[in-house]
Design a protein around this ligand. Structure first.
Ligand code: DAH
Length: 341
């Protein structure tokens, strides 16, 4: 069987070679030195002058057509002699498509949003390029506050109300208070920018989710409850929270929120530096001056706010040791998280 196939294969190849040879013979017969078309050119000398132009044209046409046809047939024969594997093989499997993965920051942000959606928070977004009023002024930062310092903020313009890259998503809080009808219950996810040296623990670009709830009779107990529900959804149902007094210009009183370490369950390990607690966000009751700056009557309304870094939440949840890994986009790293949610 095999011999027979090889024999036939040789015959096919010979056939092509024979055809090529035949074609070459035809070419010589027509266009060679003594070919019939070449001879016609010799005879052309004797054509009457008044017929020269007309006959010359058809003769040239004939020569060009013959040469073109021969070239065309030659190409067909050459193609048919190419080895089979250079032709399309429709039975071959397609190229493997490598699937990417969602980024851990997207996964984490989606999870934070989904938890607060369940608590009735809508999503609000604002511009990344902001003015000083929305990032600082309306949030009760005095003019000389060091956060405005060139070391922290990327300024685009300077002057009366400078344009800058927002350093936190609290600016969206201000825009929500300006625009939305009360009561307000929103979360504001987004990208923020700070003039920081890039290291394992800091980057000049990162992501925050800000939360804001304003209504009549909103209390610190409501804030604590919202934070506790979030912490347990995010880090597990046995998670405890701890609020430490802190300071932010836009909240009074203010607090830092810690969650019990999900690695050592509060016993103390090197992730929580032996304390049993991990800091996850800042929060507080919206300062009456901030409500008033956005035209809300602080005698009638009160509210709480909180803000967290998405990179930090993701690092604590999955023990990512170096922030820079989020920016490298190595799919092997990314694929570890896409299965989580
Ligand atoms: N804006 C703060 C920051 O970027 C985070 C923050 C703290 C937001 C307390 C809040 C809050 O809304 O109440 O560091």
């Amino acid at each position: 069987m095999r011999d027979k196939i090889e024999q036939l294969l040789a015959e096919v190849e010979q056939l092509a070679a024979r055809k090529e040879q035949e074609l070459e013979e035809i070419r010589v017969r027509l266009l060679g030195k003594k070919g019939s078309i070449t001879q016609l050119f010799d005879e052309f000398r004797d054509v009457l002058p008044e017929q020269k132009r007309e006959i010359g044209q058809v003769l040239n046409k004939l020569k060009v057509a013959a040469a073109a046809k021969i070239e065309e047939l030659k190409a067909v024969i050459e193609n048919s002699m190419e080895p089979a594997d250079s032709q399309y093989d429709l039975t071959k499997p397609g190229d493997k498509m490598e699937l990417g993965a969602r980024h851990p920051i997207s996964v984490t942000r989606a999870e934070i949003i989904s938890i607060f959606n369940k608590l009735g928070y809508a999503i609000a977004e604002g511009p990344e390029i902001e003015d000083d009023w929305h990032v600082f002024g309306a949030l009760n930062f005095p003019p000389e506050h060091p956060a405005r310092d060139m070391q922290d903020t990327f300024f685009i313009t300077t002057g009366e109300n400078p344009i800058l890259l927002r350093t936190h998503t609290s600016s969206v809080q201000v825009r929500a208070m300006e625009k939305m009808k009360l009561p307000i219950r929103v979360i504001c996810p987004g990208r923020v920018f700070r003039n920081e040296a890039i290291s394992a623990r800091a980057h000049c670009i990162f992501h925050q989710v800000e939360g804001l709830y304003i209504d009549k009779k909103v209390s610190f107990a409501d804030l604590k409850q919202a934070v506790l529900l979030f912490a347990r959804e995010m880090f597990g149902e046995n998670t405890e929270i701890r609020l430490r007094p802190s300071y932010f210009p836009f909240t009074e009183p203010s607090a830092e929120v810690d969650v019990s370490c999900n690695i050592c369950k509060g016993k103390g390990c090197n992730i929580c530096k032996g304390t049993g607690w991990l800091e996850i966000m800042g929060c507080g009751m919206v300062d009456p001056a901030v409500l008033e700056a956005s035209g809300i009557d602080s005698k009638e309304y009160s509210g709480f706010a909180f803000g967290m870094g998405v990179e930090r939440i993701a690092m604590l949840k999955w023990q990512v040791k170096d922030l820079r890994l989020y920016f490298e986009n190595d799919v092997r790293f990314l694929q570890e998280f896409d299965t989580v949610v």
